[in-house]
Design a protein around this ligand. Structure first.
Ligand code: FES
Length: 680
C-alpha cells in the first residue's frame, strides 16, 4: 500500500502527493494553496474550514473513497457543539489525509479571497491587508535563559508564522506582561506589515484567542465632502459608510480660495488643518457608531485626496500649490501614524496616503487609477473624474498612461447656472424635449414620475421643483440642441426661429422657459449665459481629453469611464451631444461611481496594491494643460456644440442634430451675433 496520497484542491486545481496522515492545512501549505489560519493549526480559529468531496471526479480521473480523510476528532466535535460546523465541513488543521482526495476551499477560507465588485471591467479586489491577526504560543520565562517577554513574543511570531523582527510599540510594551500571563502565554497579535519582508509592527496583543474583528477605514477626503467606508480587514466587507461636509468649506468653496485664505491669513493653513482633522474625527466617530465598533479599534486607514487637501490634512502649508510651478511638498505616498494627525483611531494605527500624480493631479486621481487600472486596459480608455477640476487619464497596457487636470469650474455642480443647484430632492435631473412642440418633460430627484405624468404635481408638492442639478443641466443643454432650440454656436433662438413661445427675449439674448412660475413665484429658465457657462466647462473637459489624445497620437478612444458621484448620473448620449467627451460607441461609455473611494478601499484591503500604484504613478506621463498651446485651440473648437471641427461620426449614427443657426449676423461676425459678452 502506498504511503502517500494524491490531493487535489479546488477551485485552484493545485494538486500533489502528500504523506499519509498529513493534515489538510499542512498539505495546502506544501502545495501553495490559499487556506486561511489565524491560530496556526491549533483548532481554535475555524478559519481553515474545507469541504472534502466523496465519489467520482471524472474531471480529475479520481474516485474518492470513504475514509480518505481521518474521522472527526474531539476538537471538531467541540467546535461543532459550541459554534456549529456546516454539514460536510471539516477543520483543515484537524482532518488528516489518508487516501486520494479532492478538497474544496470555500471562498471564506481563502486568505486572498476576492471581494465582489459590481462591474466586471474593473479590477478585482483581493484580500491582503497590511494588518492581520496571528495567534501564538509564547515560551514562558526561564531563570536559566533570561530574556524579555517582548523578545520571546517576537521569537514566537518568527518560529510559528515566519515573521522576522516583529517589534512592539511602546503602548503595547507597557501592557504586555499581564496580557501574556492572563492568556497563559497564548496570545493573539494584530501585526502591521507594509510589505512582505518589511519590519512587522505589533499594534495590539490580546490574551488567548481574540474573537473580535479588526477594522480599517478608507476615506475619500474631498474639498466639499468627506466620505468613508469602515471595512472588516479579514473579509473585506464594508461594515458602515458615512459622509459629511468638509468643515473647511467655511474658508472657501473651492480649493484656490482656501489656498488664498492660507496666503492672506497668518495661521490660516493651521486653522484649516485643524478643521479638516476635526471633520475626519467626526466622520470616524459616526462611522464607528454606525458599525457598533469603537473608533479606537480601527487599526489601519487609507486616505485619498486632491493635492491641496493632502497638504492641509498633513499640516503642510499649501502655499506652493497656489503658484507656478505648483510644487508638491512630496509626490510620494505618505505613511504616518494616526496620532501624528490627531486622529482618534487606535493609538498605534497607521494612515496611508496614496501618491500624488502631479501638482494638480492628486492622490484621489491615483486612487481612480488604482480602481480603473487604465495601465492594464487592453483597449484605449479615457477615464474622466468630473469635479471642479476634471482629472483626465488616457491609456492602455501597451502605450502607458497620460494624465492631466482641466479647470472645468463649478458649472457641472450646478453653480453659476441661474437655476442651478446641487443634486438634492426637487432638482431636475432628467430632461426630454419634444423636437416638434419644443415642450420639455423632466424628472426631479425624489420623484419617479415624469413631469407630464398624472400625479406629478402632487408628488412634488412637498419638495417643489427647485432648480436643475449638474446632470440635469447637461441633459437640458443637449436636449435643447437636439430639439433645435439651441444652435451649434450655443445661441438660443428667438420664438420665430424656434417656433416656441418658451423662448423669450431676456435682455440682449433669448432664454428658454422650462417651468412656469408657480405659486412660490419661481419659474425655471435656462438663459444664454447658463449655456455659456456649460460651454466653458465642457470645452475645458474636452480639450484636456483631446490634448491627451494628441500626445498619444490618436483621434479616437475605445472606451470612456466617467468617475465621481456626478459621473454616475451623466447620460452618455447627452454628454456626447454636448461634445463633453470624445466620440465613442455609447455602450462603451460607463460610469465608475466613486472610483477614488474604491481605490482607497483597494489600498486598504490589499497592501501589494499600494506598492503597485506607487510604481504606476511614477510611470504616468503628466501633461500640464496651462503650458500647452494646443489646449487653447481645442478649447475654442470645443466651445461649439458638439464641436466646431471634430466630426463625431459615431454620435451621428445615433442622433441627427438640426442644422440651425440663430446668428442674425452683421453685429460682430463672431458667430455669436454680437449678443454675448466674450469670456476668453
Ligand atoms: Fe485555526 Fe484550523 S487553523 S482552526
Amino acid at each position: 500500500m502506498a504511503d502517500d496520497a494524491l490531493v487535489i484542491f479546488t477551485p485552484s486545481g493545485k494538486r500533489g502527493r502528500v504523506a499519509l496522515g498529513t493534515p489538510v492545512l499542512t498539505a495546502a501549505r506544501q502545495l501553495g494553496v490559499d487556506l486561511d489560519s489565524v491560530c496556526g493549526g491549533r483548532g481554535i480559529c475555524s478559519k481553515c474550514q474545507v469541504s472534502p468531496g466523496l465519489g467520482e471526479f471524472p474531471k480529475h480521473g479520481l474516485t474518492v473513497a470513504e475514509g480518505a480523510l481521518s474521522g472527526r476528532n474531539a476538537v471538531e466535535d467541540r467546535y461543532d457543539r459550541v459554534r456549529g460546523l456546516q454539514p460536510g465541513r471539516r477543520l483543515g488543521c484537524q482532518a488528516q489525509i489518508l487516501g486520494d482526495v479532492v478538497i474544496d476551499v470555500p471562498p471564506e477560507s481563502q486568505v486572498h479571497k476576492q471581494v465582489v465588485r459590481k462591474r466586471a471591467e474593473a479590477r478585482e479586489i483581493v484580500m491582503s491587508p497590511a494588518v492581520r491577526l496571528l495567534y501564538v504560543e509564547v515560551q514562558e520565562p526561564d531563570m536559566h535563559e533570561p530574556s524579555g517577554d517582548a523578545e520571546r513574543l517576537a521569537q514566537a511570531l518568527e518560529t510559528q508564522w515566519g515573521l522576522k523582527g516583529a517589534r512592539c510599540g511602546f503602548a503595547v510594551l507597557q501592557g504586555l506582561q499581564p496580557i501574556l500571563r492572563k492568556g497563559g502565554w497564548k496570545v493573539t497579535c494584530a501585526v502591521h506589515q507594509v510589505a512582505e519582508g518589511s519590519e512587522p509592527r505589533i499594534l495590539q496583543v490580546w490574551p488567548g484567542f481574540h474573537e473580535g474583528r479588526v477594522t480599517g477605514l478608507a476615506v475619500d477626503l474631498g474639498s466639499t465632502t468627506i466620505a468613508g467606508h469602515l471595512c472588516d480587514l479579514a473579509s473585506g466587507e464594508v461594515l458602515a459608510s458615512s459622509g459629511l461636509m468638509n468643515p473647511q468649506i467655511r474658508f472657501g468653496e473651492d480649493l484656490m480660495s482656501r489656498v488664498s485664505y492660507s496666503m492672506m491669513n497668518p495661521g490660516g493653513a493651521a486653522e484649516m488643518t485643524r478643521a479638516v482633522r476635526e471633520g475626519m474625527n467626526r466622520l470616524i466617530a459616526e462611522i464607528a457608531a454606525e458599525a457598533g465598533e469603537d473608533p479606537r479599534d480601527i487599526l489601519d486607514a487609507v486616505v485619498v485626496c486632491n493635492p491641496v487637501m493632502h497638504h492641509l490634512f498633513l499640516g503642510i502649508d499649501p502655499f506652493e500649490l497656489g503658484q507656478a510651478p505648483f510644487a508638491l511638498a512630496t509626490s510620494d505616498a505618505v505613511n504616518v501614524r494616526a496620532r501624528d494627525l490627531d486622529l482618534t483611531l487606535h493609538p498605534a494605527a497607521s494612515v496611508y496616503l496614496l501618491p500624488c500624480i502631479a501638482g494638480h493631479v492628486g492622490a484621489d486621481a491615483a486612487a481612480v487609477t488604482l480602481s480603473e487600472a487604465p495601465e492594464k486596459s487592453a483597449d484605449l480608455v479615457l477615464v474622466v473624474d468630473v469635479g471642479t477640476n476634471a482629472e483626465i487619464q488616457l491609456g492602455d497596457r501597451t502605450g502607458g498612461v497620460l494624465a492631466c487636470s482641466s479647470p472645468t469650474g463649478p458649472a457641472f455642480e450646478g453653480a453659476q447656472i441661474s437655476a442651478g443647484q446641487r443634486a438634492a430632492p426637487g432638482a431636475i435631473e432628467r430632461v426630454e424635449i419634444d423636437p416638434v412642440t419644443k415642450d420639455p418633460r423632466y424628472k426631479v430627484i425624489g420623484c419617479d414620475l415624469w413631469s407630464d405624468e398624472d400625479g406629478f404635481e402632487a408628488a412634488v408638492a412637498e419638495t417643489g421643483v427647485t432648480g436643475i442639478c449638474g446632470s440635469g443641466i447637461i441633459e437640458m443643454v443637449a436636449e435643447m440642441r437636439m430639439a433645435g432650440i439651441l444652435d451649434a454656436s450655443g445661441l438660443i433662438g428667438s420664438p420665430e426661429q424656434t417656433g416656441t413661445e418658451r423662448c423669450f427675449l431676456d435682455g440682449r439674448t433669448y432664454s428658454y422657459r422650462v417651468r412656469e412660475a408657480g405659486e412660490d413665484g419661481r419659474g425655471i429658465t435656462v438663459t444664454n449665459r447658463d449655456i455659456r457657462e456649460i460651454q466653458m466647462a465642457k470645452a475645458a473637459l474636452y480639450s484636456g481629453a483631446r490634448l491627451l489624445m494628441d500626445k498619444r497620437g490618436t483621434d479616437t478612444v475605445d472606451r470612456v469611464v466617467l468617475a465621481g458621484a456626478f459621473g454616475a448620473h451623466i447620460s452618455p448620449k447627452h454628454a456626447m451631444v454636448l461634445g463633453m467627451i470624445p466620440d465613442c460607441a455609447l455602450d462603451k461609455v460607463v460610469s465608475a461611481g466613486n472610483a477614488a473611494g474604491t481605490g482607497a478601499r483597494i489600498a486598504l484591503l490589499n497592501r501589494e496594491a499600494r506598492a503597485e500604484i506607487e510604481a504606476t504613478v511614477r510611470e504616468i506621463r503628466k501633461v500640464e494643460t496651462a503650458v500647452e498651446p494646443r489646449f487653447q485651440e481645442h478649447f475654442v473648437n470645443a466651445s461649439a456644440i458638439p464641436n466646431a471641427v471634430e466630426p463625431f461620426p459615431i454620435l451621428g449614427t445615433v442622433v441627427t442634430l438640426p442644422d440651425v443657426s440663430f446668428n442674425t449676423g452683421g453685429e460682430s461676425g463672431s458667430g455669436e451675433g454680437g449678443r454675448r459678452r466674450r469670456r476668453r
